[in-house]
Write a protein of this length. Structure first.
Length: 327
């Protein structure tokens, strides 16, 4: 069972689990739109949709419906990936962020605690819990010092997962994920915004890219690697928390360099900054130490930043070229 199955990570994890012969169930928020672009291929596969992949409708705060679905489906593994995940937006909608990202996790833990057959539980935590850390790289023991509403909500959820593991004996784990991107990344996150713009500018479809602060540094990896690690975490004999990261730190300028280089352009000719995209408080440097994941899960991130940016720009160029050819 996956919450957030229609998101970037949910869609990769669903594909990986199906390829491992799992029956996959997804919790989906009921909205008037039925667009689930990232699951399109699976939907149209007659051997998969409603044979080995099933969707159920429930909002994260609808505990009665979620309990009913879990009682009916009796999952072995529950991957909790859903929540309000945009850090910048969390300053505009802090209550919604805490309601879904923080309380949504606690509500799920409460349901699982009461189940006769308890699934193994994975919560997607975030490097945002470290905020402005006093150590680099950060590991599972680094103090949590969040500086954004999203980081505060994730810190609450991460600590609750630990508490339910230690106090109630749940098999509950935190995947403390650093930024992980892909061609399926939401278009308002900085990497996808950059790769979409680089592609559009190179095709003559756009002439400017407006961004916020360019000084931040992040540890950017490739999303399918991270969902693979999540699965590995739930196959261990004991539940634990793991940092998932590449161990390399890059600036937004480095990402701009790599993305625009793919299309032989210099980003300095196109990028402008707008305070609208700047955050009231910002995590400046984040870099993870994933040596525990390497040792215990036999996991390492495979993709370097230039290769990631290049891959995303090529995919955006293909998408934009094919949507142009439909007109
Ligand atoms: O792409 P971002 O929005 O990612 P951010 O804030 O690091 O959060 C992502 O990674 C976290 C893991 O550490 C996740 F937990 C979280 O859910 C999310 O997936 O911003 C990256 C950096 C920031 O410093 C931001 O200020 O890019 C800067 N930035 C500059 N201009 C921008 C923009 N970010 C966005 N989204 N849009 C801009 O125009």
């Amino acid at each position: 069972m996956l919450t957030g199955i229609t998101g970037q990570d949910g869609s990769y994890l669903a594909e990986q689990l199906l390829s491992r012969n799992y029956e996959v169930h997804g919790l989906v928020r009921r909205t008037s739109s039925t667009q689930r672009v990232r699951l399109d291929t699976l939907f149209h596969d007659r051997d998969v949709y409603e044979k080995r992949l099933f969707l159920h409708y429930a909002d994260l705060d609808d505990t009665t419906t979620i309990r009913r679905i879990l009682l009916k489906t009796e999952p072995d593994e529950l991957y909790h990936l859903a929540g309000q995940s945009h850090v910048g937006a969390s300053f505009e909608i802090p209550e919604t962020t805490c309601q879904f990202t923080g309380m949504g996790t606690l509500k799920l833990l409460e349901i699982v605690r009461d189940l006769a057959k308890q699934p193994r539980f994975l919560h997607i935590s975030s490097s945002e819990i470290f905020g402005r850390p006093d150590a680099a790289p950060q590991n599972e023991h680094t103090a949590m010092r969040p500086v954004t509403p999203y980081g505060v909500a994730k810190t609450f959820a991460t600590n609750m997962v630990r508490l339910y593991r230690d106090s109630f004996g749940l098999f509950a784990c935190n995947a403390i994920c650093y930024n992980h991107e892909s061609e399926r990344r939401g278009e308002s996150f900085v990497t996808r915004k950059i790769t979409k713009a680089a592609a559009a500018i190179s095709l003559g479809l756009q002439d400017k890219l407006t961004l916020g602060a360019l000084d931040g540094k992040r540890d950017w990896g490739y999303a399918p690697d991270y969902t693979d690690a999540m699965w590995r975490m739930l196959q261990q004999p004991t539940a634990d928390d793991y940092v998932l990261a590449t161990g390399a730190e890059h600036s937004i300028r480095d990402f701009l360099d790599a993305a625009f280089k793919t299309v032989d352009l210099d980003w300095r000719d196109y990028v402008e900054q707008d305070p609208r995209y700047m955050r009231p408080s910002e995590v400046t440097h984040l870099m993870g130490d994933a040596s525990k994941a390497k040792k215990i899960l036999d996991w390492t991130a495979t993709t370097t930043l230039p290769a990631l940016a290049e891959r995303m720009v090529h995919s955006d160029r293909e998408q934009q070229t094919s949507s142009q050819s439909h007109f």
